[in-house]
Design a protein around this ligand. Sequence first.
Ligand SMILES: NC(=O)c1ccc[n+]([C@@H]2O[C@H](COP(=O)([O-])OP(=O)(O)OC[C@H]3O[C@@H](n4cnc5c(N)ncnc54)[C@H](O)[C@@H]3O)[C@@H](O)[C@H]2O)c1
Length: 356
Amino acid sequence: MDVAIVGATGDVGRAICGQLIERGELGPTSRLQLVGRPGGSSGDAVHGLRVDLIDAHDEHAPHIDVATRPEDVVADVIVMTAGRTLPTGTGRPIDRDRLAEDNRLVFEQYADAIAAHGSGHEVVIVVSNPVELAVEVFARRLGRHRVIGMGAWLDTLRFRREIANTLGIRRHRVGGFVAGQHGDRMVPLWSTVRLRGLDPDERFEIVERLRGERTLASFVSEVRAAKQRISEAPGIAAAFSAVDSYPPDIQAVIRPYLTHQSGAKTAHGTANATVDLVRTVLDGRDIVVAGQVLLDGEIELGGIPWRGVLGVPVAVGPDGWSRVMLDELAPDETRALWEVAQSINESLVAWGGGAR
Ligand SMILES: NC(=O)c1ccc[n+]([C@@H]2O[C@H](COP(=O)([O-])OP(=O)(O)OC[C@H]3O[C@@H](n4cnc5c(N)ncnc54)[C@H](O)[C@@H]3O)[C@@H](O)[C@H]2O)c1
């Protein structure tokens, strides 16, 4: 199987290339295509990146080649990680509208080229922000089931890690999903949390303790207040310490926010979640992950079959996602998901993404 990384020379793109090879997801008979921007600095840098990756991993590297035109992108799985990112630096405002304006053209350029020149079977994993806009643009051109945004899976892994960390166990013992919009408007689905090795009563008791009296009705305002408080910390180390005092779902939003703001960005965690999804597609079996997908009535929100991009648990296999895997949710979860879903559709219209 072949994988293409659009935006390979960016921070996230490089980390994905490294992890794909180091984790052994692409054997010597596979192909890794590094895609750079025609005329941009990445158009030159992809050639250098290719040599550097071969230098590092010659014994087990896949065949690595380069493309600098959207119409030359060829692979079974295409990872979209090109485009502008949110600025780093503490206290910098987050302007998603501006990001959407800049990146929409990049998304359209690649989506149009893949629709015109591709095999018709590629699965696209979207990393670039705003994830919801990119999913909308690619899904409308390539077909809904072949496009998965990885933001909900990254949010899910962060939520599981914060729960695991609070309990002093490893992340692989924690199950459960995050839905909604990637980032601040994620919806942590506490009702889906599972703890390996514990029976339902024990789990219920632990979740109650971790969560306290809170419901998702206060989640957005809690995140806002937490961000404000950590921004007032006397330094970055103090700000990271302050994060430890919050419940796991709030930590899952503000710790990566602070990581990005610190200037370190979140390239390795993002790459890990992306490579998970690539492996899931290459694996050949249906596996349940969370992802941003374009829904066409698969779930009901606000009493109507919902249409629009939303992060939900989905079964993913070699042809993309096939089914939404949501059992009955708690009332506060349904409500939060509905509010977020409406807000995403409004944003997509404002960003010219063409939500129905
Ligand atoms: N979904 C997530 O969880 C998540 C997490 C982190 C970053 N991101 C997003 O991923 C994207 C990349 O982040 P980064 O930190 O690697 O940014 P970066 O600035 O380091 O890299 C972006 C890369 O995209 C390339 N690029 C820009 N336009 C291009 C085009 N038309 N064709 C090919 N390449 C092009 C640039 O040359 C650069 O190499 C951003 O949109 C960022 O917001 C998403």
